[in-house]
Design a protein around this ligand. Structure first.
Ligand code: FPP
Length: 269
């Protein structure tokens, strides 16, 4: 398979996301406090492992293994770029519906990766948090997830969120239920539920929203990922399969982000 060219893809992404007027003004600019050129928080939908494996006549698990190597690369790239937060969509709440052997491969790989990478992540100063419904994992996996979170709690070089058994609608339902319970217990009045109160019930409570969401594999959708948090995120869809995702692709996505004009629904003057 030919490796897709990021430049071509980004041009396509820019065309679809910005329109002709946006393309005309797509020049690089110097960051300001409001619009830093380096995103504070990058979220990534790592897509295309299966297609990468199929193109090589390999089992899907080989694609997921190769995808885990890209995870290493993107963590390094994020740290080099000065990104403070990185959220990786590793296993969706819908992924449980994949064939049992693939679910077993994926969860096993996740456990293996975490166990194997823990020392290196700690050495690099990465703080790991897991977002999503971890109650669906077995006890051994849950223990591994707790362990990596506890072991890295004091690290500050990069905040890495791994979304596991995560679904945004599920997260919003859980938050709504928690808010309703607080009202029922008399701890909160219904009229006091504001955006920031509801945010406090999300799995990302206290974290900055993603400024940039990258999705690989050429698919242009969010697939139930951080729907609330990505309300104003810049979306960059790249025509590269996740196992082929390199430092250059990451830099290209950051450069594309720097060219975007973020208005957050507000117009000056
Ligand atoms: C999507 O590709 C990818 C996944 C469902 C899993 C992502 C997992 C990894 C990158 C491996 C390990 C991750 C960590 C954090 C250690 P797909 O299977 O949907 O590919 P396809 O769309 O081509 O079939």
């Amino acid at each position: 398979m030919t490796k897709p060219q990021a430049g071509t893809t980004l041009d396509a992404a820019r065309m679809s996301a910005m329109g002709a007027a946006g393309r005309a003004s797509a020049v690089s600019r110097t960051g300001t406090a409001d619009q830093p050129t380096v995103p504070v928080h990058v979220a990534v939908i790592m897509d295309g492992n299966g297609r990468w494996a199929a193109a090589r006549g390999l089992p899907r698990v080989a694609g997921h293994r190769a995808g885990a190597q890209s995870v290493r690369r993107i963590i390094e790239s994020a740290m080099k770029s000065g990104v403070g937060w990185l959220t990786l969509f590793a296993f969706s709440s819908e992924n449980w519906r994949r064939p049992a052997d693939e679910v077993l491969d994926l969860t096993g790989l996740m456990r293996h990766y975490i166990r194997q990478e823990l020392a290196e992540l700690s050495r690099q100063g990465v703080r790991v948090r897991i977002i999503g419904d971890r109650t669906r994992f077995d006890a051994a996996t849950r223990a591994e997830l707790d362990r990596v979170e506890h072991a890295t709690v004091g690290n500050t070089a990069l905040n890495l969120n791994v979304a596991l058994s995560y679904g945004a609608r599920d997260e919003l339902v859980t938050a709504a239920r928690a808010a309703a319970l607080a009202v029922q217990r008399g701890e909160l009045a219904a009229g006091d539920i504001t955006e920031s109160v509801l945010e406090g019930f999300l799995s990302t409570a206290g974290m900055p929203d993603p400024d940039l969401v990258i999705r690989t594999s050429g698919e242009c959708r969010l697939s139930n990922f951080l729907l609330w948090q990505s309300a104003y995120a810049e979306l960059v869809f790249m025509d590269v399969l996740w196992p082929d995702f390199s430092a250059t692709h990451f830099d290209d996505a950051i450069a594309e982000f720097a060219r975007r004009d973020r208005r957050f629904g507000v117009r000056a003057g």
